[in-house]
Design a protein. Structure first.
Length: 188
């Protein structure tokens, strides 16, 4: 897909598309610190603390009363961590929904692509540079351009004339991100 073809694409996000994009952006934002470090490691630590405490109490190296206290403390710590994680997810969902709704409420957009990035122009204008991009993906009928920080660029795949054109656009955005990382100009 060439830049002149992309410049003719006009679209407007439906409320359902905005909700889907906000949910995906929130999940991605909440998991940004890493699934292993933020979610699986605390679970593993909790299970190991439970097993270690149970073994120490069973073998008599600590009293059963101290074992029960240790189990209660480990459970309380794990539950506090889970509540904090849930709060982070809720905050990320609210913030992502607000940013996507701001973009959606601005009305119809026209997509413009150049060698440095993409711009959505409508009643407001937003720009995403390839140099600031992490990745581009096509997921569930929506095309996302994920920047290193901030809200993603969201385009419905239905805005493209064909599914192949949407795939070509994603490939072009990925090539632009790779070229920007390597210090070259993006191939259009």
């Amino acid at each position: 897909m060439s830049a002149t073809d992309a410049a003719r694409l006009a679209f407007e996000l439906t409320p359902e598309e905005a909700r889907i994009a906000a949910s995906r952006a929130a999940l991605r934002r909440a998991l940004a610190g890493g699934l292993t470090g933020r979610h699986l490691a605390p679970l593993a630590a909790f299970v190991l603390a439970m097993a270690f405490t149970a073994i120490l109490a069973w073998t008599g190296l600590i009293s059963s009363r101290h074992g029960e206290i240790a189990l209660l403390l480990a459970t309380a710590a794990f539950m506090i961590h889970r509540l904090w994680t849930r709060r982070r997810f809720a905050a990320a969902r609210r913030e992502s929904a607000a940013s996507i709704e701001t973009i959606r409420a601005a009305g119809p957009f026209v997509l413009t692509v150049d060698e440095k990035g993409l711009t959505l122009t409508g009643s407001t204008s937003a720009r995403w540079n390839f140099a600031d991009g992490l990745e581009a993906e096509d997921a569930g009928g929506m095309i996302y351009f994920w920047p290193k920080s901030g809200a993603p660029a969201v385009l419905p795949a239905r805005a493209f004339p064909t599914a192949e054109a949407a795939s070509e656009f994603v490939a072009m955005a990925r090539a632009g991100i790779s070229a920007a990382r390597a210090g070259r100009t993006a191939p259009l």
